[in-house]
Ligand binder design. Structure first.
Ligand SMILES: [Zn+2]
Ligand SMILES: [Zn+2]
Length: 236
């Protein structure tokens, strides 16, 4: 298997996902994954768990069924200054920190405002990954977002779920390809995320992979190819 890790996985704790952490990890083991992270939605998402959920990951063994498990969160960006829905001290309790724009938590706005929201979130050193930056509902200045990602050592996600024709984020292919191309120009890594809300989606990057091929993006720059590469790039 070429891609051996998936660090964007939801569980029943998110409130609108349907598998448990154990189902996720056992499925990951069955398809040959080496590492997954549990990144449930942070508290501002309707139905998401309280901040306590993110304090207690020590209860979960670091390796289950041969798969390394990392704690994580998908934070909500709440405003165009990049405000997030957990405090810094709370965010520090988990390893994989994704920050994303979701319409339930922040109204889509013009390019300048949407770009500012992402840029400000990336300026926060605790944010490691921007989830689904190619959402067509939030038009962005791609060059500025990629420049900021490089400068702040934040990685942009190519989100497989967004490319599902039933996704609320559908229609973003050309934006996502442009993001991939800008990263390629700068020889800057990207990460693939399944954004699984059911365990059988874990490790499925088939739609994202098509776009990588289209942009002729080198595999050596895909963080999902190596646990060491992923950890060293994001300082995890
Ligand atoms: Zn979700
Ligand atoms: Zn999301």
């Amino acid at each position: 298997m070429k891609y051996i890790l998936d660090v964007h996985c939801h569980t029943v704790s998110s409130g609108h996902a349907y598998s448990t952490l154990t189902e996720n990890i056992n499925y990951a083991a069955s398809v040959g994954m080496k590492l997954i992270a549990t990144t449930d939605h942070a508290p501002a998402m309707r139905g998401a768990p309280s901040n306590l959920h993110f304090f207690n990951f020590a209860a979960v063994p670091p390796v289950i069924n041969g798969v390394e498990h990392l704690s994580g969160v998908e934070l909500n960006i709440l405003d165009y200054d990049g405000r997030l829905d957990l405090k810094s001290g709370e965010i520090k309790r988990v390893k994989v920190v994704i920050a994303s724009l979701h319409p339930i938590c922040i109204e889509p706005a013009d390019i300048v405002s949407n770009t500012s929201a992402l840029v400000c979130a990336m300026e926060n050193p605790l944010v490691k990954i921007i989830g689904h930056p190619g959402d067509p509902r939030y038009p962005i200045d791609i060059k500025k977002v990629v420049d900021t990602a490089v400068r702040t050592n934040t990685v942009l996600e190519v989100n497989n779920a967004s490319l599902d024709p039933n996704s609320t984020r559908k229609g973003g292919e050309s934006i996502i390809i442009d993001i991939i191309k800008e990263c390629k120009k700068r020889s800057y890594p990207i990460i693939l995320g399944s954004d699984a809300h059911y365990h059988t989606a874990i490790g499925d990057f088939s739609r994202a992979e098509k776009l990588l091929k289209e942009a002729d993006f080198p595999d050596e720059l895909v963080l999902n190819t190596s646990v060491e590469f992923f950890k060293s790039t994001l300082d995890i």
